[in-house]
Design a protein around this ligand. Structure first.
Ligand SMILES: [Zn+2]
Length: 237
């Protein structure tokens, strides 16, 4: 049992000391991938806006063409009015002029509305594009930093990891299982062992039952703190 505790101490040290490396080597790439997805989302959004701007421009050009055609028509009718002699023809032409003017008014209102729409879209597009470009730049910088860090840390991290694997094999399955579970659970904050001092768990500071304290002192089997779950050891100091 003493030797189990020694092994556990070694494992606990490896876990605590390699935590920062583990975070960089194993979690950072995942974080980067998530950011990449976010970046793609921003890209798609700004591309959609670009497409809508293109459409709005086309619609605006179409309205302008209609406006020009109707203005020409208006002028043509107004010239004809000067030439007609019959009242009936005059009335008919005036009706046409009235209609054309109405169409021009409608088109002008529509043009105004489209113009505003285009302005809003352009503003939104610029904001989206800026956000995308900033993030792309940041992500690129972060990625090269992380890659550099990983290639620097990976050999040591892998060595510690295989040392840990070898040490775990020396423990009884229920104890190594305990350690593996603790490693996976974030709540331990990479501290899997706790000294017992003055009858308290040295990490969570809860009062331990006297029976448990003496069992930890005898060190015949691996005991966990009933409150925080850490493996308890007797603090000789
Ligand atoms: Zn505890």
């Amino acid at each position: 049992m003493e030797s189990y505790l020694e092994i556990l101490h070694e494992i606990a040290d490896i876990i605590t000391n390699s935590e920062e490396m583990r975070h960089i080597v194993e979690e950072k790439p995942e974080e980067l991938k998530k950011k990449e997805t976010e970046l793609n989302g921003l890209k798609v959004k700004s591309e959609e806006k670009e497409k809508r701007i293109e459409e709005a421009r086309k619609e605006l050009a179409g309205i302008d063409m209609d406006l020009n055609a109707n203005r020409l028509l208006q002028k043509k009718y107004e010239n004809q009015v000067l030439l007609v002699k019959k009242a009936k023809e005059m009335t008919a032409l005036n009706n046409e002029i009235y209609n054309v003017k109405r169409i021009i008014d409608e088109l002008t209102a529509k043009r105004h509305q489209k113009g505003q729409e285009l302005e809003t879209l352009t503003e939104e597009y610029n904001t989206a594009k800026e956000a995308y470009e900033t993030m792309e730049e940041d992500l690129g910088r972060e990625r090269s930093l992380v890659e550099e860090k990983i290639s620097e840390l990976k050999p040591e991290y892998e060595a510690l990891k295989s040392m840990k694997t070898d040490l775990l094999k020396k423990l009884p399955p229920h104890v190594s299982g305990m350690v593996k579970t603790m490693e996976k659970t974030g709540k331990f904050q990479h501290i899997i062992m706790a000294p017992v001092n003055n009858g308290l768990c040295g990490v969570c500071k809860m009062q331990l039952p006297p029976q448990l304290v003496s069992e930890v002192r005898r060190a015949r089997e691996v005991k966990q703190c009933p409150y925080c779950g850490r493996i308890l050891f007797w603090d000789r100091t």
